[in-house]
Write a protein that binds this ligand. Structure first.
Ligand SMILES: NC(=O)c1ccc[n+]([C@@H]2O[C@H](COP(=O)([O-])OP(=O)(O)OC[C@H]3O[C@@H](n4cnc5c(N)ncnc54)[C@H](OP(=O)(O)O)[C@@H]3O)[C@@H](O)[C@H]2O)c1
Length: 277
């Protein structure tokens, strides 16, 4: 009798070597545009099964069609606001009905706001925390029992370099991404006991619709608009990191440089940031 057959499922030995995406069952939030959309398009080519979640029905309908033609094992979508507990429950119910298990949870949906903290309001701060933090934690909580039954399971949390270094005029967003990073770090060892990996992705500026969907904007930022890297490039690096079982990646070189500069010379980064306060 093989070792695999003699062990209960939760006692599976940790897999080593590259992680495969073919036939894997994947829940991806924030799939209707940007990094999420590109991730879906690239993952589909590996023959995975995808359940996509976002609020824009038309964008999701169009994307699921495209994914099927690209070779996805299957592609379905769920329209809803991820900050609504009913949407998260509906996603898990669909997983239970369609798959009975989950191999990969990609928490990617995100929003932001720009402007000084003193010009902002509590409602916006809470909304950002709901989407960028609580939706991640609570969807994960619901998904865990299904991930435990999954094949070589993994959670991918899309954070930001602004979860490593706070900058002015973006305090609500920075707070949400710092919270996400702290929580990700804290639960990684708890997940390791269950053989569930956790990858934290910390992108820098990326060319997406992100800044067209700000929840609030108070004045112009005092710095010039940064040119970002293409979202397809970020998606490509995320897929590589999933396969290579990485724990954290910084897809943008400039973003990684800022994090390093801040680690060794925080006073210098403070000095630069003070100019823009
Ligand atoms: N772009 C950047 O420069 C950058 C840099 C660092 C990190 N990131 C992170 O990357 C992730 C993806 O952002 P992106 O750049 O690809 O921006 P994007 O193109 O605006 O994509 C955001 C996605 O999140 C979904 N979303 C937003 N609020 C939602 C809600 N309440 N419920 C369900 N879905 C929601 C949007 O879909 P619907 O509007 O259809 O709901 C969309 O699919 C975010 O977590 C963001 O913080 C982005």
């Amino acid at each position: 009798m093989s070792l695999q057959k003699t062990l209960p499922r939760h006692a599976n030995l940790k897999s080593t070597g590259p992680r495969f995406l073919a036939e894997r069952r994947i829940l991806l939030t924030g799939a209707s545009s940007g990094i999420g959309r590109d991730l879906a398009l690239q993952i589909a080519q590996h023959g995975a099964h995808l359940l996509l979640l976002a609020r824009r029905q038309e964008a999701l309908d169009q994307l699921t069609e495209e994914l099927r033609s690209l070779g996805a094992g299957s592609a379905t979508s769920l329209v809803g606001d991820i900050s609504d507990p009913a949407t998260r429950a509906a996603a898990i119910e669909k997983i239970q009905q369609d798959w009975g298990t989950l191999d990969l949870l990609i928490n990617n949906a995100g929003v932001s706001a720009l402007g000084r903290f003193s010009d902002g309001d509590e409602k916006t701060l809470r909304q950002i925390m709901e989407v960028n933090f609580f939706a991640y934690t609570e969807l994960t909580r619901l998904a865990l029992p299904w991930l435990e039954k999954g094949r070589d399971p993994m959670i991918v949390n899309v954070g930001s370099i602004l979860g490593h270094r706070g900058i002015p005029h973006n305090s609500e967003y920075c707070a949400s991404k710092f919270a996400l990073r702290g929580w990700s770090e804290a639960i990684r060892p708890e997940l390791a006991r269950k053989h569930i990996d956790l990858l934290l992705v910390s992108p820098g500026t990326t060319e997406t619709e992100f800044f067209d969907h700000l929840l609030a904007r108070h004045g112009d930022t005092p710095w010039r608009k940064q040119k970002g890297i293409p979202s397809a490039q970020v998606a490509q690096q995320i897929i590589l990191a999933i396969k290579r079982r990485r724990r954290e990646i910084f897809p943008n070189r400039r973003g990684r440089a800022l994090v390093l500069l801040n680690r060794f010379f925080p006073w210098l980064v403070d000095k630069i940031a003070n100019r823009y306060g």
